[in-house]
Design a protein around this ligand. Structure first.
Ligand SMILES: C[S@@+](CC[C@H](N)C(=O)[O-])C[C@H]1O[C@@H](n2cnc3c(N)ncnc32)[C@H](O)[C@@H]1O
Length: 253
């Protein structure tokens, strides 16, 4: 009789213990399915933002920084729309994501563009990346995997990872990874003044259905849950969700 061992969440060992791959098959399946359903990590939900948005601020700061780098990595690039937008501000950019459907869409978008300094690659942060040491002088991470810190060796010494994540990001884990993988100078800024307003429940449903690992709230079987969420998320009588974000950054020692 023979046994085969299947490791669902691969392990890696740092000085502070054992890390497991957080992104399981379910999560990758979800990103693949939203790519097929919506043509990427996006939706056509109509909404307006009011207040200082971390997302808007992140994009603005990124555009200011990108021109000074030779080769940039966008980790967890999704379907690549944002990478292609940022490509106009830098010399060379690579987008990596472990959801194959996302990479397929990103490559199609790239083919339709006139850009020749962009690549999209399937990359999973829990496996060694196929790049020589110190390939990139900057890595950005727009709500992608924080486990990118494991891949320190591909970033030039003194280079930074610049990231934005919603509430729930685990800074305890990030601090531990920083020590294990040779980073320092963690900076964190919180943005929670922004609200996203919807005209009606349908628009809010479309928006939520395309948010990280949520069920498809546009379907009748999730209508009750959506209605309850609508009741809980009223601001001045309007349907609204608070946008809470952290912009953070670390430097490779
Ligand atoms: C919230 S989406 C953000 C997509 C894109 N950055 C954007 O702003 O539109 C997160 C992306 O990270 C990818 N991802 C999550 N964990 C990953 C991992 N461990 N390695 C590589 N990609 C990962 C997902 O497949 C998904 O496309």
């Amino acid at each position: 009789m023979s046994f085969s061992l299947r490791i669902k969440n691969p392990l890696f060992i740092g000085r502070h213990g054992i890390y497991t791959a957080r992104m399981g098959k379910e999560s990758r399946d979800w990103y693949n399915s939203i790519a097929q359903r919506n043509g990427g990590y996006k939706s056509d939900a109509q909404f307006t933002r009011e207040g200082l948005s971390g997302e808007v601020e992140f994009e603005k700061r990124l555009m200011e920084r990108l021109p000074s780098y030779d080769h940039v990595l966008d980790i967890g690039c999704g379907h690549g729309e944002f990478t292609l937008k940022m490509a106009h501000y830098t010399k060379r950019i690579t987008g990596g994501d472990n959801a194959e459907e996302m990479i397929k869409i990103a490559r199609n978008l790239l083919d339709k563009s006139t850009l020749s300094h962009v690549d999209f690659l399937p990359l999973w942060t829990h496996q060694d990346f196929p790049f020589p040491d110190e390939t990139f002088d900057f890595i950005y991470n727009r709500r992608g995997p924080t486990s990118i810190l494991r891949q320190a060796r591909i970033l030039k010494r003194g280079g930074r990872i610049f990231a934005i994540h919603p509430e729930g990001v685990n800074f305890e884990r990030i601090r531990t990874m920083m020590e294990d993988f040779g980073f320092d100078d963690l900076t964190i800024e919180e943005f929670n003044d922004c609200y996203i307003y919807f005209e009606n429940l349908e628009e809010m449903g479309k928006f939520l259905a395309a948010s990280h690992c949520n069920p498809d709230y546009t379907l009748p079987e999730h209508r009750k849950d959506l209605e309850q969420m609508g009741e809980k998320n009223l601001r001045g009588g309007r349907l609204a969700l608070q946008e809470k974000r952290y912009i953070w950054s670390v430097r490779r020692k």
